[in-house]
Design a protein. Structure first.
Length: 422
């Protein structure tokens, strides 16, 4: 009764109204007739009544048809709706299946496969294949994670290569240090052995000179002019033998002094003497004989330091300066007091330095030696030594080809320590 397709009775109500009108017309016909009319006007009365009754009968016959028609229409509509809903349900079901399949494929393509690629890439990298790179053709968080893993692998590979290079360089340096230590040990032994023949040569030359003078004096001989010249030449050669022998002995003594590690304790040290000893050791080297070294210093500068380490710093800086100048070039070394600091300035007129070079100058393994023989550790070690002594080392250059200057500042000792050292 709540469904308007069945309970809607507008047609029945309209039928009832028509039926009522027909009854009213019949009633009116009957009431308006006289009793005698039923006899004499029989046809005039019955014909209208027959027509009205026929209409009423037709209406009464049509009454059940309204409900049957609505029920039939309801049945057809219900069947149509059922079919529609069935088709719609099947379509939606198929659409749901297609959507689920599509989502599963998308989930596999966007999540499962990228994660599998990440796992495979991680396993390759973990196995040591640092050249492997993860390739993801997407633009999402997983691809960003893959790019991050690739960047991390690249950085790790770069760091590993740099560490391997440093290990190789340090291994070479250790091997070189061991060789130098062995050579130094051998040189020390040989120097001791050389000193004895040199002393013998010098003593023998001196003895020959004295004997020559004694023989001439005891014999009372007066040599002529040519003989006097030969005797003078012999004396000159004997003195030269003595001088060169003592010079060689001084060189070997300096080499021995430099090869000794010395006491690790810091003591009051005359800086000028340290620089002079290094210069005396460097000057005889053949590759530096065509360079000039000018040394100007205040010989009263005393600093608490390790003399052997200061010699190492001075040797590094002086040899670097000599190596950067062309034949005929000049290296100037000046030393003076600047307040409570001793200032040592080593300058040259050589190849100079660019700002980029000065920025990395004290980094380990960084070298710009023109002969290609530098290890890149000399300035780094020198910087550390000066820092350990409470000083500083400052490089300066106006540019390439304009020379370089290294300034070393070391703290001076107090007056009482200076007087004690003196």
């Amino acid at each position: 009764t709540n469904d308007p397709r069945i309970a809607k009775n507008d047609e029945e109500l309209s039928f009832v109204a028509e039926f009522r009108k027909g009854l009213n017309r019949i009633t009116t016909i009957i009431e308006e007739q006289h009793p005698n009319d039923w006899v004499f006007k029989r046809n005039q009365i019955f014909n209208p009544l027959e027509n009205e009754l026929s209409d009423l009968q037709q209406l009464a016959t049509d009454l059940p048809v309204f409900m049957q028609t609505r029920m039939k229409q309801f049945s057809e509509n219900a069947r149509a709706e059922y079919h529609t809903w069935m088709v719609l349900s099947v379509a939606l079901g198929l659409a749901a299946i297609v959507m689920i399949a599509f989502l599963m494929l998308r989930f596999r393509d966007r999540i499962i496969r990228p994660l599998e690629a990440l796992v495979v890439g991680s396993r390759h990298v973990a196995a040591g294949n640092y050249d492997y790179r993860i390739e993801l053709n997407s633009d999402d968080e997983v691809a960003e994670l893959g790019d991050a893993l690739n960047a991390m692998t690249t950085n790790f590979q770069s760091i590993k290569s740099d560490l391997n290079r440093q290990v190789q360089e340090r291994t070479k340096e250790v091997v070189r240090s061991e060789k130098m230590a062995s050579v130094g040990f051998l040189a020390a032994g040989i120097a001791h052995e050389i000193n004895n023949p040199l002393a013998t040569i010098a003593w023998s030359a001196e003895s020959l000179e004295m004997r020559l003078i004694d023989i001439l004096s005891s014999a009372g001989l007066t040599p002529d002019e040519s003989q006097a010249g030969e005797i003078a030449d012999m004396q000159k050669y004997l003195r030269r033998i003595q001088d060169e022998a003592f010079r060689c002995k001084g060189i070997t003594a300096g080499l021995l002094d430099f090869s000794r590690m010395g006491d690790v304790k810091k003591v009051a040290t005359n800086l000028a003497e340290v620089i002079e000893s290094v210069i005396d050791m460097v000057k005889p080297l053949s590759r530096f004989r065509d360079r000039e070294i000018h040394f100007k210093a205040d010989h009263d500068l005393i600093s608490i330091c390790n003399a052997q380490e200061m010699k190492q710093v001075a040797l590094n800086l002086i040899t670097n300066a000599l190596g950067s100048v062309d034949p005929g070039g000049t290296v100037n070394i000046e030393m003076a007091a600047a307040g409570e600091m001793a200032e040592i300035r080593i300058s040259d007129d050589g190849c100079g330095m660019t700002p980029e070079v000065m920025q990395h100058l004290f980094e380990p393994f960084f070298t710009r030696r023109r002969d290609g023989q530098g290890t890149g550790l000399g300035l780094s070690i020198s910087y550390q030594i000066i820092e350990d002594h409470g000083g500083r080392i400052v490089p300066f250059s106006d540019g390439a080809g304009l020379g370089s200057t290294f300034t070393i500042c070391l703290p001076l000792v107090k007056n009482e320590l200076t007087s004690i050292a003196a």
